[in-house]
Design a protein around this ligand. Sequence first.
Ligand code: NAI
Ligand code: 13P
Length: 329
Amino acid sequence: MNVSVLGAGAWGTALAVSVAPRHPTLLWARDAAQAATIAASRENGRYLPGIALPDGLDVTADFDAAVAHARDGLIIVGTPMAGLQATLERLPADCQGVLWLCKGFQGVTGRLGHEVAQAVRPDLARVGILSGPSFALEVARGQPAALVAASTDASLTQLAIDVLHGERLRIYASEDPVGVEVGGAVKNVLAIATGIADGMQLGLNARAALITRGLAEITRLGLALGARAETFMGLSGLGDLVLTATGDLSRNRKVGLLLAQGLPLPRILQELGHVAEGVACAATVLQRAKALAVPMPITEAVVDVLEARITPQQAIRALMSREAQREVW
Ligand SMILES: NC(=O)C1=CN([C@@H]2O[C@H](COP(=O)(O)OP(=O)(O)OC[C@H]3O[C@@H](n4cnc5c(N)ncnc54)[C@H](O)[C@@H]3O)[C@@H](O)[C@H]2O)C=CC1
Ligand SMILES: O=C(CO)COP(=O)(O)O
């Protein structure tokens, strides 16, 4: 089965590296010079340094060639959320399976990935998301990971399993793309919160409290958007939240750690050199929550810090001085 990965950042490259030994894989980089450098060095030195590309993995900057390669196989969209719509718009109607990796809400429209697909490409037959706890570097190194492929179309999740499931990567199927996408998007915002708390050395109790009450925020928003509660206890919910909030490979957590040191956000993002989807979508998450009357106090505090309305210290004080209440979800 042919596979094409559209987007040669850390995660797109890592997944291509993981799948190429089993399926002929083509990795598309939008920048021709970057594609040429990767092809010549057999390494994505900009986004995934230290990982050699295996045989069976080719690189191109020719979008149409990449799509033609996997028209009858699996097309994986590995761009950040900001690139999902434009990428979907360029796909031919007859491609057999499309899976995106982006974890976020679209900036201007506030849409989740499946909502973007419904709005701009309702004609694409089989679409879904791949999510779950998966630092790119570990997957690229062949360390074990378990992910979830979610779609309302069971034949797409089966295709994802047929192509991606193996000794090092377990793929679980889910029929709840809403829940999987909400978990993947909002955990990034909460990883910023946990990074802030850890950067301020507030301790392990505070970290556990933020993760648990953060999961309550994810669940509340997800249920209001039509997700299933059990999804948030799974890989794309609790699993990815724990990984991203506590794992030092997380870019979103790193943003929080540096905010706690008092660094201004523009400088942090410049130093990061990768996308931090929690920064991009925190305000959008809050907007959608407010429209649905869903309280998300931790998310709101993160937005206030990112927009420099309050300091991390003030955010913690505001969260800790909220009225006592029942432990509601
Ligand atoms: N890095 C990781 O461990 C994981 C990342 N993800 C998600 O995968 C998505 C991509 O993340 P990474 O690969 O880590 O990002 P990255 O920052 O490493 O690379 C982003 C790549 O996308 C390209 N790009 C940026 N804007 C684009 C656009 N508008 N159109 C087309 N290409 C564009 C960049 O040139 C670059 O090649 C994000 O939504 C992220 O949340 C999900 C799981 C794991
Ligand atoms: O989604 C991820 C792991 O599952 C990666 O998280 P970061 O984008 O914070 O690095």
